[in-house]
Write a protein that binds this ligand. Sequence first.
Ligand SMILES: C[S@@+](CC[C@H](N)C(=O)[O-])C[C@H]1O[C@@H](n2cnc3c(N)ncnc32)[C@H](O)[C@@H]1O
Length: 213
Amino acid sequence: MPNTFSSVEEQNQTMQRYYVLQSQIYDLTRWSFLFGRKQVVRQLPLDPSQAHKILEVGCGTGYNLRLLAKRFPKAQLTGLDVSEHMVNKAARTTQAYAQRVSLEERPYTLGDTRRHKQMDAILFSYSLTMINPQWAALLQQAYADLKPGGYVAVVDFYDSRFPWFKQHMGNNHVRMDSHLSPVLEETFDTVQHQVKPAYGGVWHYFLYVGQKV
Ligand SMILES: C[S@@+](CC[C@H](N)C(=O)[O-])C[C@H]1O[C@@H](n2cnc3c(N)ncnc32)[C@H](O)[C@@H]1O
């Protein structure tokens, strides 16, 4: 399997190392290629007047948590990330919303049923393509952590017809071969699924919203 680690432990440790440096340049650089993040937050079909519980898995520097806090002013938000350096950045980004945002420095783990029960929505933004080999197991965990009727929202890389680009992304721990969509569609009731070109089709990214029924 391309761009996958031999164990969950190796994946976690690699992410922790990779983001020591990347956390310093993340917000300066990622706007130019992590497309669709604002859109996926806008497309979450939740009522902003309600006190929803929303989890972001792999929250990074807190970019989406801040968007979520603005769009859902009564929501309780949890951001979870395996990288200490990213969580530290997220704490700064979400400082103005600290009463409604809790941050957890740890990996999202299959079988951890204690913490995130009954979520109204779970967001994976450019995290699942880096979570290899355990991404499919974590989608099952997300299903378990959602309440009936809750939503999963995903924005991530989809694919590229250029082998050199996929190789480049692989060197940065991203698996990019349209592997997420079929499993999302099998697991959830699809509300929407869009595939969009970036830079005239150098790669495609996708937005997915699904519901637990
Ligand atoms: C490309 S960044 C995306 C950050 C943020 N969601 C965004 O859209 O800007 C991927 C994030 O996923 C985190 N991550 C990777 N594997 C993880 C895991 N197993 N559990 C939790 N977070 C993980 C990384 O530490 C990193 O912060």
